[in-house]
Design a protein around this ligand. Structure first.
Ligand SMILES: Cc1ncc(C[n+]2csc(CCOP(=O)(O)OP(=O)(O)O)c2C)c(N)n1
Length: 561
């Protein structure tokens, strides 16, 4: 017979789930959990400086390892501070379990000190949520939360535990089995046959890979299918890394900030094989104009994604890797010379242009020049804005799970804490975060965590003294009426970063910016590379809101423009 408190039970169950690190912040309502964590001494706690930071650290660990990770927050403001990270994890299908303290059961519903209805608040933004009523419930709830977070389409699970439940004694005879991934749904071989026939019959097929391919570890299977059947591949923002960017069939990202040739090729394709994607509007543009002449095969683990945005001709619900591997066995080697030549021609006539890529004084230059010092083991995160899109367009991604970005929710403030999480999970790898000055200010307090934990993180700040992507939209679509998108006060980021304890490599004012950048990229430990860039440097191409991808503007050779 085992006997322990609810709090101790939680920690023991987390140990059994393989949890090694928990970012979080303590408070009155989760102190029993913290006390149990301290007394067991088996799990490393990382003290975040804001609960949103803790949530994104858990995400950084989960996105790079593919395993469910945990964060802790107290009741009330601790829980509300976590909400953005939970919603973010939901939209990008990231498996995390968020464990929050709650006021004692008897006080629930009384407006007690630091009481907020965490369960109610998280219903629409979490994959699932629990409110534990007794310590005994935790024997079921904790393993179940891990099973739900990782099964099918992964996502965030919230477990709210009142303080008295954490303190209650529980007796039980057997440990429950740790929560594991459910088996993937059965795949009908007839669907695979049909898909193979459609691929055989197509003249101009394209593969459209998303975050689901990364989640399912299906990058290799996708590459083999592409090579075998000579199918060019485009990836969503979340799918980058599924195929190495220098692969001859890789066509980079599609959609709002895609290379012209990628969107133009999609215009011409006659079969779209969509795998682990959700036809997000940033990828499709105006849906009616997306791949207008194509039949569509959609493979996804989540049934509710099929036929949601675009009508499909064949839907296959299942593990994307399993489906692609089955498909690989059913398909014949093809060359498709004409289509491959057509793609080469489009690529030649409408390439991705990266103005200023040779100098570290531009956004593209910072990404391209920084990448020279990095390899396929480097983990790259971004915040949200122009710097994010530049990184997506210009960074030479080589491997799945190398790339962390807030795709669905587009959360400024994601980059630094997610990078810290990645570095905590992979102490042997370098992590780089490309950020903007607006985003950096949204979770800048986590620099203290980065220094305390001595993570191997280089932050590359493209400082344009404003909210670049907002300014760009105002310039292009709001008659250049710039409003609330340029900062009136220039923050001295170098001094601020030094104040947090980071090493700083400041390209602004450096006589040898390229050399300063090189030192920053080679540095070990937490550091900031700071560069001032021109606020007028826009990201092109761009698809205007509501338009079809083919109506993208900018990003053309001067001679063709
Ligand atoms: C939390 C949050 N608030 C507002 C926005 C809207 N938004 C999108 S991009 C952007 C500007 C980002 O500025 P910065 O981080 O400096 O990057 P830049 O575009 O200049 O590279 C804003 C305000 C957002 N995505 N997230």
């Amino acid at each position: 017979m085992h006997e322990m408190t609810g709090a101790e039970l939680v920690i023991r169950l987390l140990e059994r789930q393989g949890i090694r690190i928990i970012p979080g912040i303590p408070g009155g309502a989760n102190l029993p959990l913290y006390d149990a964590l301290a007394r067991r001494g088996t799990i490393r706690h990382v003290l975040a400086r804001h609960e949103q930071g803790a949530g994104f650290m858990a995400q950084g660990m989960a996105r790079t390892t593919g395993r469910t990770q945990v964060c802790f927050a107290t009741s009330g403001p601790g829980a509300t501070n976590l909400l953005t990270a939970i919603a973010d994890a939901k939209l990008d299908s990231v498996p995390i379990v968020c464990i929050t303290g709650q006021v004692p059961c008897a006080l629930i519903g009384t407006d007690a000190f630091q009481e907020v209805d965490t369960y109610g608040l998280t219903i629409p933004i979490a994959k699932h949520n629990f409110l534990a009523r007794t310590a005994g419930d935790l024997l079921h709830i904790i393993p179940e939360s891990f099973r739900i977070a990782i099964s099918g389409r992964p996502g965030p699970v919230v477990v709210d535990i009142p303080k008295d439940v954490q303190c209650q004694t529980v007796r039980f005879s057997r440990w429950p089995e740790p929560g594991r991934r459910d088996p993937a749904p059965w795949i009908d071989p007839r669907d695979i046959r049909r898909a193979a026939d459609m691929i055989a019959a197509a003249s101009r097929p394209m593969l459209y890979l998303g975050g689901g391919v990364i989640q399912a570890g299906a990058g290799d299977a996708a590459r083999k299918l592409a090579e075998r059947c000579a199918i060019p591949v485009t990836m969503t923002l979340m799918g980058l890394g599924a195929l190495p960017s220098d692969h001859p069939l890789a066509m980079g990202m599609l959609g709002m900030h895609a290379a012209r040739y990628t969107n133009l090729a999609l215009e011409e394709c006659d079969l779209l094989i969509a795998a682990g994607v959700r036809f997000d509007d940033r990828a499709t543009g105006k849906v009616a104009g997306f791949c207008p002449g194509a039949r569509v095969i959609h493979v996804d683990i989540d049934q509710s994604e099929l036929d949601k945005i675009k009508s499909i001709h064949l839907g296959i619900v299942g593990d994307v890797r399993e489906v692609l591997e089955m498909l690989l066995r059913e398909t014949q080697q093809r060359k498709r010379r004409e289509w491959i030549e057509r793609i080469a021609c489009l690529r030649n006539d409408h390439p991705m242009l990266l103005p200023g890529e040779d100098v570290p004084s531009t956004g593209y230059g910072l990404v391209r020049q920084a990448a020279r010092y990095l390899d396929e083991r480097t983990i790259v995160s971004t915040d949200v804005g122009q710097h994010q899109m530049r990184t997506a367009q210009a960074y030479p991604f080589k491997a799945p799970r190398q790339w962390l970005t807030s795709g669905g929710l587009g959360t400024m403030g994601f980059g630094i804490p997610a990078a810290i999480g990645a570095a905590l999970a992979h102490p042997d790898r370098k992590v780089v975060c490309f950020t903007g000055d607006g985003s950096m200010l949204m979770n800048i307090q986590e620099l203290a965590t980065a220094v305390e934990e001595q993570v191997n993180l280089t932050i590359v700040l493209m400082n344009n003294q404003g909210l670049g992507l907002v300014r760009q939209q105002q310039e292009l679509f709001y008659g250049k009426r710039f409003f609330a998108s340029q900062y009136g006060h220039a923050v001295d980021f170098a001094t601020v970063a030094r104040g947090f304890g980071l090493k700083v490599f400041d390209l602004a004012g450096s006589r040898d910016p390229a050399g300063t950048l090189a030192m920053g990229m080679r540095a070990v430990g937490p550091c900031l590379v700071h560069a001032i860039i021109d606020v007028e440097e826009n990201v092109y191409p761009i698809v205007p809101p509501g338009c079809a991808n083919k109506d993208m503007i900018g990003g053309e050779h001067a001679a063709c423009a």
